[in-house]
Ligand binder design. Sequence first.
Ligand SMILES: C[S@@+](CC[C@H](N)C(=O)[O-])C[C@H]1O[C@@H](n2cnc3c(N)ncnc32)[C@H](O)[C@@H]1O
Length: 228
Amino acid sequence: MSFGLGRGRELVPGAVGIEMHDLPPLPDAASVEEARRILAFDPRAFFAEPARRFEIEIGSGKGTFLLQQAELEPETNFLGIEWAGEFWAYAADRIRRRGMPNVRLLHGDATEFIRTRVPDGIVSVIHLYFSDPWPKTRHHKRRVVQDHTLREFHRVLAPEGELRIVTDHDELWAWDVEHAERAGDLFVRREFEKPASAGEDEVVGTNFERKFRREGRPFHAMTLVRRV
Ligand SMILES: C[S@@+](CC[C@H](N)C(=O)[O-])C[C@H]1O[C@@H](n2cnc3c(N)ncnc32)[C@H](O)[C@@H]1O
C-alpha cells in the first residue's frame, strides 16, 4: 500500500504487482546456472496465457510504455521490472485499474532477476528506455548495460530477439555503443524502429521522453539483435 505518487490516492498493485522477495528462494547450488536449473522457475507463469510471446521492460518508471504498447498487443505478455517501490506501485496500480491481463510489474533489480530467474531463450524483446545515466565514474557499475549484463541478455533472448535502447544522455549513449561493439559476437546493431504506440514526434513515448522533449534534448536509439 502506498500513497506518495498517487497524490493521496491509495496505490494498489493487486495481482498485477509481484514482489521479487516473495519469489521462491534460490536453492544452494555450485553455480547460478545450476540454481536456475534446480529452481525451474519461469516468469511466463505470471500470466494467464503463459505460452504467448514474452517481452521485458527494464526500469518501467510510471509504466506509460507498458500501458500504451500492451493495449495494442494483447497477444504479447509484458513484464515490467522496476526497483523503485513508489514507481512500481504507481505503475502496477495504473495497469490494474485498466484491467490488462497481459502486463505484470515486478518490484526488484532487473539485472539480478534476469541473471538468477530467467531461463535461456524465452524473451522476444528487452526494452531499456531512458535508463539512469549514473554520471559519476564510481557509479558506472550501476548502469544497466555492462559486458556481463549483455551476455545475460543474449542468453535469455530468443534467436533474433532484440534489446531496444533509447537514451537522451550523450555519455551513456557512448558507453552503450562501446559495449555493443565489444559484444559484436553476440549482437548485430540495427536501426531502432519506433513502437506502434509512439506518437508522431516520439521515439517511444515514455514519461521521461516527454519530459526531456519539452527541454529540447535530442535522443539516441538502437536495436541490438541477438546473433543466433
Ligand atoms: C530515468 S527512469 C526512466 C523510466 C521510464 N523508462 C521512462 O522512460 O519514463 C529509469 C528507471 O529505471 C529504474 N531502474 C534503474 N535500474 C534498474 C534496475 N536494475 N532494475 C529495475 N529498475 C531499474 C529506476 O528506478 C527508474 O525508475
